[in-house]
Design a protein around this ligand. Sequence first.
Ligand code: NAP
Length: 244
Amino acid sequence: MSDRVAVVTGSARGIGRAVALRLAADGFRVVVSDLPGSEGIALVVEDIRVAGGTALGVAADVSDPEEVKTLFERVGAEWGRVDVLVNNAGIARDNLLVRISDAEWAQTIAVNLTGTFLCTRQAIRFMMKQKNGRIINLSSVVGLYGNAGQSHYAASKAGVVGFTRSVAKEYGGRGITANVVAPGYIATAMTEGFSEEAQRQLLQQIPAGRAGTPEEVAAVVSFLASADAAYVNGQVIAVDGGMK
Ligand code: NAP
């Protein structure tokens, strides 16, 4: 596994950071990517190196086609292959439908959905040459069931599911799988701003009675990236503590 390369977007913190650390521990060389100016990139790279892994930090805004192209050119120049792509970068800007501005809608779709497309389009070129690859896209239970105040986020994350299932069908015959991980309520910066009332309501819907951890999401990504998951394709795996 030691020559294999995994690219994880939005991995300067939160779920992406946990995924980067886990895949490095699994033996992948990991590309830690996040927004330009993110101080977390270097910190995660350092964490991986201290733990004995191999990591490369490359900044890129996933919603920018040129930056995404440059990201994969850099990976190609440094390591020459891409075995796993984890499309994790995402934003949530909660707002009621009537208050969502054109810019908020466009930005949410641009990062969560178009970013997933742009990175996949670049990574798949490597994977086709290798006749092997794993694409793992982060959606959300909100993309599966909807949520008040998150119609733009839900639309982007539902789009990720349709996109992933299509990629699975288009490239499944070339040794490439594409699957979705759909987290429920995970304790990260994205959710720490929730009001106490919102947290209480969420916890009532979760049989596990607690928020999940980034490491629990990373464990499922690790499985999908592993040899054991070779025959898992086009699936949506919720990591939500049994949330209803
Ligand atoms: P997070 O803590 O907000 O981390 C997201 C990371 O993505 C941040 O480092 C962020 O950078 C980065 N990012 C934002 N826009 C980007 C862009 N245009 N290009 C590159 N990187 C960008 O979020 P998280 O909770 O770890 O969530 C990770 C993924 O899981 C997201 O796709 C999210 O929608 C999904 N998810 C999370 C939960 C949850 O409960 N936490 C539930 C369901 C789904 P900055 O820090 O600079 O903004």
